[in-house]
Design a protein around this ligand. Structure first.
Ligand code: PLP
Length: 361
């Protein structure tokens, strides 16, 4: 089989060791004679799988005991609407920080339910940065403050956790969760679709402080009430069992990598190599994001001569470097280098970029 390196933004590459273990256990999980896909979600085998997944996640992130972990469905998009239904009353004001594509979609959905104050926006500089927190127009009694810790399309990542005071801090962490240690106690609620850095699509992770549960608006559908999922320990209805199983294996893989401190060191090394390659290309490549806010997970870059884009994509593909095309809304290139992307993969990309620049420059 040919070796490839997959730079997809999501669904994205998974650790090879995890995929091989899934393959090995596919038709017979731990001597049960069953595939995880075939098991009752209330049987003893799956109970063990989901409990271990939660325990390992709690260990990785140091999740305090007054937070619930919910394994849900519906992706981050579902959360955009669940948030206002659960965390606000009619007439409430919420603060949103707008740092790009995903912030905007979250804002659009929130506007259907509540007064949205844009506390800060990076739009004035084409979403190439995070506005200085000292300049944010925060609402003192906002129902929550929402931000996106890593804009997957624009490649803008928060280098810090905002200070929301006593207002619950809510974060769309879909594309950088588990990429570095994070102090969960600073948040009211964190959500993340699994398909970037956790596991297969179809699974969505929510980490929520207990005091925020039980306040859903009257008329909220049962399935959209966080408390229902918390009380049911993520088994109110049939959860995405196979996704939870694979995510559990990813959590074990992360623990074996030295946990989040260990993976962070590797992520820094990978991202530095790629940005270094871009910045030292004498303008052949450029990254539109201001340096302090450059994402360690998603590296967008442009070729100075756009007419070379197709050749770049074709030649990179022939070298086994896949899915480097930028998002349709911004064009150019994007290399997503999540936890499961190896340093070898990033080195192969950097080598190719230098060769390509030399041959065309
Ligand atoms: C991918 C992504 C989303 C959308 O996720 P879905 O699972 O498709 O709903 C939202 N926010 C961020 C930051 C993302 O990376």
């Amino acid at each position: 089989m040919t070796q490839v390196f997959n730079f997809s933004a999501g669904p994205a590459v998974l650790p090879r060791d995890v995929l091989l273990q899934v393959q090995q256990e596919l038709t017979d999980w731990h001597g049960s004679g069953m595939c995880v896909m075939e098991m009752s979600h209330r049987g003893k085998e799956f109970t063990q799988i989901i409990h271990e997944a939660e325990a390992d996640l709690r260990q990785l992130l140091g999740i305090p005991s007054n937070y619930k972990v919910l394994f849900m469905q519906g992706g981050a998009h579902f959360q955009f609407g669940m948030l206002p239904l659960n965390l606000t009353k009619e007439g409430d004001t919420v603060d949103y920080v707008n740092t790009g594509h995903w912030s905007k979609i979250a804002i659009k959905e929130a506007r259907r339910f509540e007064n949205v104050n844009i506390a800060a926006s990076g739009e004035d500089r084409h979403f190439s940065y995070v506005p200085d927190e000292a300049s944010w127009a925060k609402t003192p009694d906002a129902a929550y403050l929402h931000y996106c810790s890593n804009e997957t399309i624009g490649g803008v990542e928060f280098p810090y956790i905002p200070n929301s005071g006593s207002v619950p801090l809510v974060c769309d962490m879909s594309s950088n969760i588990l990429s570095k240690p994070v102090d969960i106690s600073k948040f009211g609620l964190i959500y993340a679709g699994a398909q970037k850095n956790i596991g297969p699509s179809g699974l969505t992770l929510v980490i929520v402080r207990e005091d925020l549960l039980g306040h859903a608006r009257p008329g909220t559908p049962t399935m959209l009430d966080y408390k229902v999922h918390a009380d049911g320990e993520s088994l109110y209805n049939t959860p995405p069992t196979f996704g939870i199983y694979v995510a559990g294996l990813v959590f074990k893989w992360l623990l074996a990598q030295g946990g989040l401190k260990g993976i962070e060191q590797r992520n820094i090394e990978k991202a530095s190599l790629l940005y270094e390659t871009i910045d030292s290309s004498s303008g052949f490549y450029s990254c539109p994001v201001e340096k302090p806010f450059r994402s360690r997970m998603n590296v967008p870059f442009c070729l100075a001569d756009e007419s070379l884009d197709d050749a770049f994509l074709e030649e990179s593909k022939s070298r086994g470097l896949l899915q480097l095309k930028g998002h349709r809304s911004v064009g150019g290139m994007r290399a997503s280098i999540y936890n499961a992307m190896t340093l070898d993969g990033v080195k192969a990309l950097a080598d190719f970029m230098r060769d390509f620049a030399r041959s065309r420059g």
